[in-house]
Design a protein around this ligand. Structure first.
Ligand SMILES: Cc1ncc(COP(=O)(O)O)c(C=O)c1O
Length: 399
């Protein structure tokens, strides 16, 4: 059981810097967390300046701050600034990486049962269009990923290992560092979906040993919606196919050829919201300032507290398997549909979400789950908010 790590005054300060915490209990951080006020102010004032001065002119003025977003992201995940591309969401980042890999008929992709729907759709597409085989490494009966099963599945045909660190609709985690060791030992490309983990858990791409890693901004990073990034290791950038290109993402263009840029920004397109790029950078700096290791500690403390409180309620079933647990708590209430639980909690100004089977299809189907209630904690949540959730669930259960 984790102890609390952030002091009471610190929590109060962090909440005071987040307007959304005043009037509502937000346990939908795995959907989209509440941004710090400074992130919102940064975006709004940039947009206002664009309106007054012109989009390109404002970009010129803020060039250094915009570049700093890339530096901050690089620092967050221990990468080089040339290995970062910013995009609009994790699905885009992941798909750019996956579709960039030159997969052919008979090639095998190894994955886990916690994959997100976007990734599953891309696997199906690759199976249908290029005859790629996708092998799912199942969790064991306790819900832990089996490294032995992964090792046993390695053959010369395996061209890619693609793993989701933290699933959308379960509280378990995949051991991405240990998997990375296996990928490196066998010289296999390694793609990590860190959509739910960036900002929640320290991420170090060198420690993980991954070649590509995809992230969204709005979840545990507390960035605005419509932001995300892709990490692509320097030495594999030339090996990935480009899905699209424009004048900014190319270094040179002649009448019959072009050369992509020498960095990961070749995977972007030029036109994007500069206001959101700045907001993303601000949110990453905010997390770095607190310290992601401290954030992770506090999240585990709160998630443990929530699981233990909910387990006291008769008729509530927790669905988080595996040894390693994160800030996502999933459960169901006997006799009450997940959507109804969500709606009743919303009446009490408590935000949770419903995890549908399609989000994490392999896992949900295997465990015969059609939907779960997802209550995801962030460091700015409190024990009092957990108590309020408990009380509200007691009432829902009794009705
Ligand atoms: C594990 C995981 N991967 C990827 C995604 C996709 O993120 P986005 O909606 O930013 O594309 C999600 C979204 O919920 C997710 O939970």
């Amino acid at each position: 059981m984790k102890t609390n790590i952030l002091t009471e005054p610190e929590i109060l300060q962090l909440r005071a810097e987040t307007k959304g915490t005043t009037d509502r209990i937000h346990f939908n951080n795995a959907g989209s967390s509440l941004p710090p006020d400074t992130v919102v102010d940064t975006v709004v004032s940039y947009l206002q300046e664009e309106a007054l001065s012109g989009g390109y002119e404002t970009e010129d003025k803020y060039k250094q701050q915009l570049d700093n977003t890339y530096k901050s992201i690089a620092k967050l995940i221990n990468a080089d600034v040339n290995e970062i591309a910013t995009v609009e969401n994790a699905s885009e980042a992941w798909t750019l990486a996956f579709n960039g890999v030159d997969l052919k008929k008979g090639d095998v992709v190894l994955t886990c049962e916690m994959e997100y729907v976007t990734n599953i759709i891309a696997f199906i597409q690759a199976q249908k269009t290029c005859g790629v085989e996708v092998t799912i490494i199942p969790n064991d009966e306790k819900g832990n990923f089996s490294l032995q099963t992964l090792e046993a599945a390695i053959t010369p045909q395996v061209k890619l290992i693609a793993m989701t660190h933290i699933p959308s609709t379960a509280g378990g985690m995949i051991p991405i560092v240990e998997i990375g060791k296996i990928a490196r030992k066998n010289n296999i490309l390694y793609l990590v979906d860190a959509c739910q983990s960036a900002g929640q858990i320290p991420i170090d791409v060198k420690l993980i040993g991954c070649d590509m890693l995809s992230v969204t901004g709005r979840k545990y990073l507390r960035a605005p919606r419509g932001t995300g990034f892709l990490f692509v290791k320097k030495d594999i950038q030339d090996k990935l196919k480009l899905m699209f290109a424009d004048g900014f993402t190319t270094k040179s263009v002649t009448l019959d050829d072009y050369q992509p840029r020498d960095d990961a920004r070749r995977f972007e397109l030029y036109e994007k919201s500069r206001a959101l790029t700045l907001g993303l950078g601000k949110a990453v700096d905010y997390a770095l300032n607190i310290g992601v290791d401290r954030i992770w500690h506090r999240i585990q403390y709160l998630a443990d507290a929530m699981r233990s409180k909910l387990s006291e309620i008769d008729g509530i079933t927790l669905h988080d398997f595996g040894q390693q647990r994160c800030g996502i708590v999933t459960f169901s209430v006997d006799g009450v549909e997940s959507a109804v639980v969500k709606a009743k909690l919303a009446e009490k100004k408590i935000n949770v979400s419903v995890g549908l089977a399609k989000s994490t299809l392999y896992y949900m189907s295997k465990n015969h789950l059609t939907s779960v209630v997802r209550a995801s904690v962030h460091y700015y949540n409190t024990e009092e908010e957990i108590a309020a959730l408990y009380n509200a669930l007691m009432i829902i259960k009794g009705t």
